[in-house]
Design a protein around this ligand. Structure first.
Ligand code: COA
Length: 328
């Protein structure tokens, strides 16, 4: 039995005003038993809506996230790093495809998702609205942003919605390689000449606040966490994920002799919690709502790709028609 008003026809898949209390109780019991929810199972309309929001946002982050690194493929230092970066960027687009497929199982079409990305209705991760200025920025993205993504994705992969969890398991295997290539490239700079170390340090300084923002607003400001945790879509709060990241990666940065631009950053020996300066959440909300350093540029590239690739999509659907190529 389908839930949340699902008709099997995405365009008619409107949320219901109220969920059947008996079905809702069965659904919640199933989640409490640790069973996965599958696309054809009944689910509350809000569970469906929240998952679409989150998975879609995640998928957009993968394809937009490929852009800052993609521009460095031709400038990566040496053939080995070019090859690795090219493979990584390709993987990220693949992750987007897997996640769009997972979101489609909930009834929203890929076309609707792309339209919502291009119109600015859907969000994507804050971190991809900042420029990669130097090669060191690419190493920090590969090392620390992929590390942050792994913390988040390993946790989310234990969640309650089957298709999302299965996609995340596959994604995490590949992300683990991305992290290794980012770490290797970062260590090469950190162990390099004074100028290379300076590049790495400046990059860390630039990216630290966006990385602290990455896990979402602090728990007291988070809007969706409570419901998502009740339904085991999220298994850790934003603050818990941030703590996990700090615990693993700050020591790795410090052991390379690098610093982080927060004088208050330290682990409290008693509470075992990291203390830090609260990141500027006004900046975060500005960036995720469209007013970051690169939001316009990122969406402009996606719009260009959408327009120039339209004939390919049409030709695949209807190969016998004649098409005007965009460059003809
Ligand atoms: N970038 C952009 N927007 C973010 C964000 C980030 N790093 N973190 C939170 N937000 C947005 C949320 O989408 C929400 O906005 P909305 O209501 O308009 O959708 C708002 O900030 C409040 O945040 P919160 O209530 O805490 O959202 P959440 O419970 O969904 O938690 C995540 C945020 C990122 C932890 C969660 O959505 C998640 O795990 N997403 C999947 C993984 C992902 O997208 N990773 C990014 C790329 S690798």
């Amino acid at each position: 039995m389908y839930g949340g008003g699902y008709t099997g026809e995405p365009e008619k898949n409107q949320p219901q005003a109220q969920d059947d209390p008996v079905l809702l109780a069965e659904f919640e019991a199933k989640i409490d038993r640790g069973e996965k929810i599958e696309p054809r199972d009944w689910m509350p309309a809000d569970y469906r809506k929240q998952l679409i929001r989150m998975i879609e946002q995640h998928a957009h982050s993968e394809i937009i996230g490929a852009l800052p690194e993609g521009t460095f493929i031709t400038r990566a230092p040496g053939f080995k790093r070019k090859m690795a970066l090219m493979a990584k960027v390709q993987d990220e687009i693949g992750h987007g495809q897997m996640l769009y497929s997972a979101a489609e199982t909930l009834g929203k079409t890929r076309e609707q998702m792309f339209n919502d990305l291009l119109s600015g209705k859907s969000k994507y991760s804050n971190v991809f609205n900042y420029p990669a200025i130097t090669w060191a920025d690419v190493t920090v993205i590969g090392f620390l942003i992929d590390a942050a993504a792994i913390v988040n994705q390993v946790i989310n992969s234990k969640g309650s919605y089957g298709p999302y969890c299965r996609a995340l398991e596959r994604i995490c295997y590949e992300e683990a390689f991305h992290l290794k290539q980012g770490h290797d490239a970062f260590v090469a700079l950190a162990a390099g000449s004074p100028m290379q170390r300076q590049m790495a340090q400046e990059s860390l300084n630039r990216w630290w606040e966006p990385i602290m923002h990455f896990f979402g607003p602090s728990d007291k400001m988070s809007v969706h966490s409570e419901r998502l945790m009740r339904w085991k879509v999220k298994l850790a709060s934003n603050d818990d994920m941030r703590q996990q990241f700090l615990n693993t990666y700050v020591p790795k940065i410090w052991e390379l002799g690098m610093t982080l631009p927060d004088p208050n950053l330290k682990k409290n020996a008693e509470t075992k919690q990291w203390e830090f300066t609260e990141p500027n959440w006004d900046t975060f909300f500005k960036v995720i709502n469209g007013d970051g350093p690169c939001n316009k540029e990122r969406l402009a590239v996606r719009k260009w790709a959408e327009e120039k690739g339209r004939w390919v999509r049409q030709a695949l659907i209807n190969p016998k028609e004649k098409y005007t190529l965009p460059y003809a």
